[in-house]
Structure formats: structure tokens, C-alpha cells
Design a protein around this ligand. Structure first.
Ligand code: BES
Ligand code: MN
Ligand code: ZN
Length: 489
């Protein structure tokens, strides 16, 4: 699908540099010192590399960036990508270098000379993450993939070190594929099917249909899908790689495959973007895939609510009152505030069924979070400082922007309804906070909880370091790291 590179690993063989077709990548450190691969390139090119490294242009190249020698004499390759990177370069620099290489490469062939770089596997990680394209619906694009041969001093160790980062990249790409997919292709049914396919990776996957959801009392979730011909579904994914019987971490995702706003119809301009309104469910799916691919020793359950928010004669009306699975009643003031109506039932179900050690929900929940934080940070809301800190630290380590926002009684008060237990909107002020406050009403006191409002980061209009325009897969890396650091036995 969206993954456009295949990796293989071999022992360093400097003689391959002259013969390799496609591109060749080498590193030169910030002081301009050359390793054996660089010296070989320099010799083959009769000193062109040395001239480049002594140039003014090179002095302006930042660590993790590259400069290319195009169609170099003495080599069969079409280019040598020279990355400025110290042997002990930190994680993020190494990943950025990989991403820069992937961007230059496209779908071509690459001979990647990593020598004895300490974090060579992070270069591969960045390469794999950025090597993505969503071309399913481009008839002119061939289904071809590129190939990267990674050469290093200890190829077996390098291959082992790359296994987890490549599993992460695959999970991230799965999230991007789902999030980029238009709503006529990714319906609630086909979404569920794509999740069921993950059973072959060892995940347990159940699909709850409308009858079952009705029996469970999820009238709030069901009310969102009433106007759609696509049936609402909840999909439960379980990865039980930890100790038997240990309570799992629960990940909950908003999976609105398309959000028209319902009877509270959205304006036409930009409505097409609402195909990404299942981004939270996409991240949950991507994390579950990553955990399975790398055989994580943790118990994690992922639950997604899949619905389509459409206007129709059967659609929920503004003013309708619906009952949640918890029992609390909700006055639906605005049918466009549908995400919370989906999440509240899935979150309640997850707690009742799994008694999780912690719960993280992800949702493209509010436009207001984009006004507050733009596309740089997701909004983070939590009822538990320690749990929240674990997430924020994981996000920081992975370079995924996340910023904590407040909660409080005064915000909760804004949800008071005249005729029901609460309304589904709190007015324009602090729109992201009142949305979070709504969700908090469905979190048990004993459940540590983090809510991630990813409306601004799930899909973006400009390319980022690790992703082309469109879906980013934001959150897969942070949650995977949080699991690895705190929940593995
Ligand atoms: N899916 C939207 C939020 C959204 C907006 C996601 C922009 C991504 C980009 C959500 O369901 C919604 O419509 N929220 C409303 C809430 C309002 C009616 C209280 C909003 O943000 O306007
Ligand atoms: Mn909406
Ligand atoms: Zn929505």
C-alpha cells in the first residue's frame, strides 16, 4: 500500500560503491572527517567529495541534512547523497537524516553506507517513516517499491536493531493509509474488514454490530450513525503479549469515517477534509499493528467506534435526547459534536469489560484545538499527572508535538442541560476543553486517562519531516514508546 521501500542488510563492501546503480548515501561528520566509505567516494570521484566538504554550501548544511553529488564521474550511481552526521549523532538527527534521504530517493534504489554509526538504525527509521506515498487512486503510478541495501560493520546487529523501527514505520503507514482513504472506499464495513485482517498477525479482533451495540445500550454512539446507510460498528482489538491476567492498557479511537455534521450540516468549503475524521481510530489501529509486528510483551486493547455522520430523514435532530451506555442522558444540541457521542460509549464499554490500568483516547474532536495549538501540537487532557507525564515524555522522545491543556469544574458546568443530564456542546469558548470535560464524565475515578485531541495533527496540508502532505500517523510512535517503556513485562 503506502509503504514504498524494502530493506535488506549486508556487511560493508566498499567495492559496491563504484558499481551501485540508483543512489549511494554516505555520511561525513560535522568536522569534515571522512570514514572509509567517504574516502572511497572521494577517491572514485577524484576529490569531488573533498571539494564539496570544503565548500561554503557544505558549511551551511545542518547536521541531519544532506548535499548531493549528481551523476558523479567514477561511479555508476546517479547521485551520491552526502549526509552531515557525526558517528554518535543523537536519535532525532539520525532520523531526520534518514527522512532527508527518503525524500531525495523516492522509489529508486539506495545503497546506504552506515559504517559504524552508533544510531544507524535510527537513520533507517527515518528513511522508512518518510518513504510513504498514498497512490492507491493515482492510475498513472506503478505499484513499484524502491529498495534500500543497508551496509554496516555488523549487519546482523543492524538488522536486529532495525526490526522495531521498521515495525513502527509499518504501523504508521497503516494509520496514514486509513486516514488518507476517502469515505466511499473506507466505509465502516471496509474499515472493520481491514482491522479483522490483522488477525493474521496474532491480534484478536471482534466486530460488534448494531444489534449487539443496541443490546449493550450504546444509544449515544448509535444515534450518530442513524442517518447513514453504513452500519455503525465497534471493533475490539486485543494484543495480549504480557503476563496472563494482567489488566491491559486501553486505547480508544474516534472512527467517524465521514463527518458531514449531520443535520447541523457543515459548510461546503473544506468539508472534504472530514474524510480524516476517523484519524483517532486510525492511530489505534496503527499502534495495535506495530505492537503485533514487534511482538510487544504488553497487554493492550484497542477499541474503535466506527460510524458515519450523515443527514437524512432518519438522522438524529438537534434537541434529541439520547441515553449513553453509562446511563447518563445527553441532549444533542449540535449533531456536529458527534465524536464525543461515539467515544463516551466506547470508553464506558472498555472500562466495564477490561478494567484497564489506563485509558488513552484519540480523536479529531474539535476545530477549536486547531485555533489553540495549530498543527504543531495535539491537545492533551488528563485526570492523572503521572499517567499524563508518561505520555508527554514518550511524545517528546519521538518528536511528536503534544501540549497539556486544563480541565476544571467551571468548564464542566458549561455542559449543564435544562432537560437532560448534560448537553453535547458547551458553547464556543474553550471548545476543546468542554469537549474533553464531556468525555471525562465517562471516565471512572479509578481509571488514569489521557484524552488526545488530534484534529490539528492527524492530517496536514504541508509536508512534515517524516510524512508527505496528508495523514501523518501522529501518535503511533509516542504510544508505542509509552507501551514499551511502561507496560512490557
Ligand atoms: N470532526 C470535527 C472536528 C474537526 C474539525 C476535526 C476540523 C478536524 C478538523 C468535529 O466532529 C466537529 O465537528 N466539532 C465541532 C464541535 C462543535 C459543534 C461544538 C467543531 O469543532 O466545530
Ligand atoms: Mn462534527
Ligand atoms: Zn467529527
Amino acid at each position: 500500500m503506502g509503504t514504498i521501500l524494502q530493506f535488506s542488510f549486508a556487511e560493508t563492501d566498499l567495492d559496491r560503491i563504484a558499481e551501485a546503480t540508483g543512489r549511494v548515501a554516505i555520511t561525513v561528520d560535522a568536522a569534515g572527517r571522512m570514514n572509509p566509505a567517504a574516502r572511497r567516494v572521494n577517491r572514485l570521484t577524484k576529490g569531488a567529495l573533498k571539494r564539496m566538504v570544503e565548500s561554503k554550501a557544505w558549511s551551511k548544511v545542518k547536521p541531519g541534512q544532506l548535499c548531493s553529488l549528481a551523476y558523479p564521474a567514477g561511479l555508476a550511481a546517479e547521485a551520491v547523497d552526502v549526509v552531515k552526521l557525526d558517528r554518535t549523532a543523537p536519535v532525532i538527527e539520525a532520523r531526520k537524516a534518514g527522512a532527508a534521504l527518503a525524500k531525495a530517493l523516492g522509489k529508486a534504489e539506495l545503497l546506504l553506507m552506515l559504517g559504524n554509526l552508533v544510531r544507524g538504525h535510527e537513520v533507517a527509521a527515518g528513511l522508512a517513516l518518510r518513504a510513504y506515498g498514498f497512490e492507491t487512486h493515482k492510475t498513472a503510478e506503478a505499484e513499484a517499491t524502491g529498495a534500500v541495501q543497508v551496509m554496516s560493520a555488523k549487519p546482523d546487529e543492524m538488522k536486529a536493531a532495525c526490526a522495531a523501527p521498521l515495525a513502527v514505520a509499518e504501523g504508521v503507514h497503516f494509520t496514514r493509509d486509513l486516514t488518507n482513504e476517502p469515505a466511499n472506499h473506507l466505509t465502516t464495513t471496509s474499515f472493520a474488514e481491514r482491522l479483522v485482517e490483522m488477525q493474521k498477525l496474532g491480534l484478536k479482533v471482534e466486530v460488534l454490530d448494531e444489534d449487539e451495540l443496541q443490546k449493550l445500550g450504546m444509544a449515544s454512539l448509535l444515534s450518530v450513525g442513524h442517518g447513514s446507510d453504513s452500519p455503525s460498528k465497534v471493533v475490539v482489538m486485543q494484543w495480549l503479549g504480557g503476563k496472563k491476567g494482567d489488566a491491559p492498557l486501553a486505547l480508544i479511537g474516534k472512527g467517524v469515517v465521514f463527518d458531514t455534521g449531520g443535520i447541523s450540516l457543515k459548510p461546503a468549503a473544506g468539508m472534504e477534509d472530514m474524510t480524516m475524521d476517523m484519524g483517532g481510530a486510525g492511530v489505534v489501529a496503527g499502534v495495535m499493528k506495530t505492537l503485533a509486528l514487534r511482538g510487544s510483551k504488553a497487554n493492550v486493547v484497542g477499541l474503535v467506534g466506527l460510524v458515519e455522520n450523515m443527514p437524512s430523514a432518519r438522522a438524529t435532530r438537534p434537541g434529541d435526547v439520547v441515553a449513553s451506555m453509562k446511563g447518563d442522558t445527553i441532549e444533542v444540541i449540535n449533531t456536529d459534536a458527534e465524536g464525543r457521542l461515539v467515544l463516551c460509549d466506547v470508553m464506558w464499554y472498555a472500562q466495564e469489560r477490561f478494567q484497564p490500568v489506563g485509558m488513552v483516547d484519540l480523536a479529531t474532536l474539535t476545530g477549536a484545538i486547531i485555533i489553540g495549538l495549530g498543527h504543531e501540537n495535539a491537545g492533551v487532557f488528563s485526570n492523572d499527572d503521572a499517567f499524563c507525564k508518561d505520555f508527554l515524555k514518550a511524545a517528546e522522545a519521538e518528536g511528536e508535538g503534544a501540549w497539556r491543556m486544563p480541565l476544571g469544574q467551571a468548564y464542566d458546568d458549561m455542559l449543564k442541560s435544562r432537560i437532560a443530564d448534560m448537553k453535547n456542546v458547551g458553547g464556543r469558548p474553550a471548545g476543546s476543553v468542554t469537549a474533553a470535560q464531556f468525555l471525562k464524565r465517562f471516565v471512572k475515578d479509578e481509571t488514569p486517562w489521557v484524552h488526545l485531541d488530534i484534529a490539528g495533527v492527524a492530517s496536514v496540508k504541508a509536508e512534515t519531516t517524516y510524512a508527505p502532505k496528508g495523514a501523518t500517523g501522529w501518535g503511533v510512535m509516542a504510544l508505542n514508546r509509552m507501551v514499551a517503556d511502561h507496560y512490557e513485562s
